[in-house]
Design a protein around this ligand. Sequence first.
Ligand SMILES: Cc1cc2nc3c(=O)[nH]c(=O)nc-3n(C[C@H](O)[C@H](O)[C@H](O)COP(=O)(O)OP(=O)(O)OC[C@H]3O[C@@H](n4cnc5c(N)ncnc54)[C@H](O)[C@@H]3O)c2cc1C
Length: 466
Amino acid sequence: MNIIEKLRDIVGERASASPAERLCYSSDASQVRGTPDCVVRPLSTAEVSSVVELAAAEGVPVTARGAGTGLAGGAVPLRGGIVLDLSGMDRIVELDLSNLAVVVEPGVVQARLNERLRPRGFFFPPDPGSAAFCTIGGLIANNGSGMRSVKYGTTRNYVLDLEVVLADGSVVRTGSRTLKAAAGYDLTRLFIGSEGTLGIITQAVLRVAPLPKARRLVIAAFDSAEEAGRTVAATFAAGIVPSACEILDRTTVAVLRRCDPTLRLPDGDVLLFEVDGSEGAAAEAAAEIAALSSTTAASVAVVAGAEEMEEIWAARRLVGAAISRLDPAKSRIYVGEDVGVPIKEIPALIREVSEISDRFGIPAMKYGHIGDGNLHVALFIDVLDDGEWARLAGAADAIHRAAIRLGGTVSSEHGIGAARSEYMNEQLGSSALSVMRAIKGALDPRGIMNPGKLGLDDGPSPGGYG
Ligand SMILES: Cc1cc2nc3c(=O)[nH]c(=O)nc-3n(C[C@H](O)[C@H](O)[C@H](O)COP(=O)(O)OP(=O)(O)OC[C@H]3O[C@@H](n4cnc5c(N)ncnc54)[C@H](O)[C@@H]3O)c2cc1C
């Protein structure tokens, strides 16, 4: 009996080895490619457990997949085997709001959870640009975040307990429903950010937060992106922590205006500061940021209207796609796109990225969650030009190394996957990477869980871009 027949014994027709399905699961939103031997769509923890137990017995790789919106090749099966598509496990099991908690399956889409919570006066704060598509399982596995992590933290700060299927098919719970616990190793955090290399998350208990009563948006325009970066550092140094702090460089602003000429954004390199809280606290924080920014900015405005604020945030969420308006002959390629540095190094990072873009002759737009020190660099090329692919790879590599040199990270939120695994040793150091490999060896001795990721093994790399 071959493996597909054994998988069908567990999940019926929800196991497939058709060439069309295998092709559909051979990529995510990155440039990494790898084709699975079969695709399985489980609907319960018991099914996941049986599939993993079978895979362990046969020594077949298992790669978990949520919505496939990852930007590092995390859900791409580099060594073939089984892709476990968890998007069908999408029940919101329980709203336990008196305990500030919700219980969800991993395939729940982030925005759908917030649609359920909003009428009850709560929200799940991690809000990636991909919120309308990405799953809670993918967010936990990547420790994803978004615009409001500067105040509210990342996914890591909102996971109380996980149910995980381990590499031998056994099932563990990692935490508890209490809002705090001091009971040994923090197994919950071990699985957060593990990118499917240690186990499959089949249920999560998440902490949620009450919706703030009021918000304000401060829009400040600067003569240079570096000046904007210095103003972010000065704001933090003054003890002011906004709920969001985003940068849109002047090219990004111009692109957004091409999409919507009525958009109320000023000329220049722009900072968007959002503050929230009670009516009085939000107004006071906005006034403080406006006063501080006005010492360096060319213009400062405070927006209080919910509709205008939403227009600007909606435009911000469009940036990734809007870039194609800059030059229809070129495409944005997601490489070197997620670096982060300590706040005080933001001006240096912005300077280095501009210099790298000039040196390699690859245009770059800069935007992102600058309040976390997280800069999204949008590099774009003519995809039919091999020379541009080669220069793109050089520019992305230089951006990653600049971030590490400045004491930062090659990924603030998109994860390592296969796209950035070559930097793990340089960023973490060989001792820390050895500890990670020891943990991996203990929990997954046969190396079947998402092999080839996080720099944990020395197998074939994704083999370049394109
Ligand atoms: C336009 C766009 C904007 C984006 N903006 C942001 C942003 O602002 N912030 C941000 O953080 N990310 C962003 N991303 C990246 C991406 O959406 C996130 O990384 C997201 O967390 C991935 O979720 P997913 O469900 O698509 O996971 P996938 O891409 O399917 O998988 C991601 C990783 O999680 C693992 N995984 C998935 N489910 C499980 C599970 N149940 N158990 C164990 N492992 C699992 C996979 O093996 C893989 O390693 C963006 C992506 C796009 C395309």
